[in-house]
Design a protein around this ligand. Structure first.
Ligand SMILES: *Cc1c(COP(=O)(O)O)cnc(C)c1O
Length: 466
């Protein structure tokens, strides 16, 4: 299995190199050269199997032997053993034919754990067998940082440095990062805001000498290794609800389009779906793009679902490539226009292709809060605001013909203030995090200066060439 860039100008790579590279050198995203498929009988055979076994069956064709099967099985088994629910991603019923797929039982309480817990040991394994080490850096406003830190803590061949804006994350989010005391984890609080943190990370990547010296790498949501792990739960949910004979509709709270693109991959692998609903908050660039044919960047509106407060939806490029019948020149032109003028037009063929399986809808903050309140009253379930965006839209379908699955992307306890404001109930942290506020913290405060951050990383990373 080889991977090609959506912009057609980067080397064709195998699985391991695609994972280690992340963003392709031509600025594009790696996608598999061909879609592996699972037969109907094979899909039916996944019913009732443990999550890790399904994950192995789904992921193995993409790895294609580059990691030996026994090691891959071990990695997948260990990745999901740390989830606090035995089913890993359990389904909960909200209403007739409406189910919630809980993706938040990992260590950081958000769905990003499903991907990160797989990606970290894969990277560690690839480095280990090559006798190399790497330095991972990232900027976070909260969620991604804790998922990455939980996944990379204690790894032999990787040191991780996560920048967050000092005093600007919630206390829970900060403590989820700063109370991880493994020696390979460095939390850096920057005297600045989130944009400053992101700019610092960009500057570090652009300093090519530094980049090589510390073997810098990133784990943002365009990494193919993250997408591949997320395909798994679409299979798990569909077969639990009678697939492949019954075809569920998936309603997905969407920001960077990684989660829902994994659903599209499942479909291309042969999983019958009735559709994929792109659920957005008021940052609705994707809904507008599907409705009008024009992808146009607007200003970011802060909402109660901050992980979806995004204007540029990076992984959408992968769908544009498929919808253009894999003509890289079309995508290249569209991305150039986006960079230059903040917008581009989808081709009629792309719009038609996308409409065959995708729809899009928006839920406002007021609707989201109402859904949280009504769901609690009707079912006793608390929903986090991201999940409630999708649940609002799923709930607008009257007498659904197919099972509808809303993806639940965060534990309500991660967003206690928004949940409290909507429902009057303050969700408690799960038992394994109950003592979070009394745990010891470790954090390094640095100025908003590239030089200072570089010095800090150079002084602490084990990846520096001798
Ligand atoms: C990251 C995130 C999302 C958005 O997922 P994408 O893959 O970026 O579309 C939704 N909800 C939560 C809680 C998240 O952390």
């Amino acid at each position: 299995m080889k991977y090609i860039s959506t912009r057609g100008g980067a080397p064709v790579l195998g699985f391991c190199d695609a994972v280690m590279t992340g963003l392709a050198r031509d600025g594009g995203l790696y996608v598999p050269q061909a879609w592996p498929t699972l037969s109907g009988a094979k899909i039916a055979g996944l019913a009732g199997k443990p999550f890790a076994d399904v994950a192995f069956e789904v992921i193995a064709p993409f790895v294609d032997g580059e990691i030996p099967d026994d090691i891959l099985r071990e990695i997948v088994g260990a990745a999901y053993a740390g989830f606090s629910h035995e089913a890993v991603t359990p389904l909960v019923q909200l209403a007739p034919n409406h189910f919630v797929l809980e993706l938040f039982h990992g260590p950081s309480l958000a769905f990003k754990d499903v991907a990160m817990q797989f990606l970290a040991p894969v990277i560690d394994h690839i480095l280990g067998r090559a006798g190399r080490r790497a330095t991972i850096i990232g900027a976070t406003s909260g969620d991604t940082g804790s998922a990455a830190i939980e996944a990379f803590r204690g790894r032999d061949n990787i040191d991780i440095f996560i920048l967050h804006p000092k005093g600007r994350t919630s206390e829970i989010q900060r403590r989820q990062m700063t109370t991880v005391l493994d020696p390979n984890v460095y939390n850096i609080a920057i005297e600045g805001n989130f944009d400053d943190c992101q700019n610092l990370v960009k500057a570090l990547f652009n300093d090519l000498q530094f980049r090589d010296e510390v073997a810098l790498s990133g784990v943002n949501s365009i990494n193919w290794g993250r997408i591949v792990a997320q395909i798994t739960y679409y299979f798990v949910a569909a077969v639990a609800l009678g697939g492949p004979a019954r075809a569920p509709l998936f309603c997905v709270p969407t920001g960077n389009f990684g989660d829902i693109f994994a659903g599209y991959c499942a479909h291309r692998m042969g999983l019958p779906l009735s559709g994929l609903v792109i659920a957005t908050n008021e940052n609705d660039i994707l809904r507008r793009a599907l409705e009008t044919g024009r992808y146009q960047v607007d200003t970011v509106i802060p909402t109660t679902s901050p992980s979806m407060d995004i204007q540029i939806s990076s992984n959408f490029e992968r769908l544009l490539f498929e919808a253009a019948d894999r003509e890289a020149a079309v995508v290249e032109r569209q991305m150039a226009a986006l960079k230059q003028s903040g917008s581009f037009d989808l081709t009629p063929a792309q719009r038609e292709f996308i409409a065959q399986i995708f729809t899009a809808a928006t839920a406002t903050r007021v609707q989201v809060a109402e859904t949280q309140k009504n769901t609690l009253a009707a079912t006793g379930c608390l929903l986090d605001p991201h999940t409630a965006v999708a649940a609002t839209i799923a709930g607008q379908t009257n007498a659904p013909q197919h099972p509808i699955v809303t993806l639940a992307t965060a534990d309500p306890a991660k967003f206690p203030d928004a949940v409290m404001a909507a429902t009057g109930v303050r969700p408690a942290l799960p038992p394994q995090l109950a003592d979070l506020t009394s745990r010891q913290e470790r954090v390094n405060v640095l100025a908003n200066e590239v030089g200072e951050v570089e010095q800090f990383i150079l002084a602490h990373t084990r990846a520096t060439k001798e």
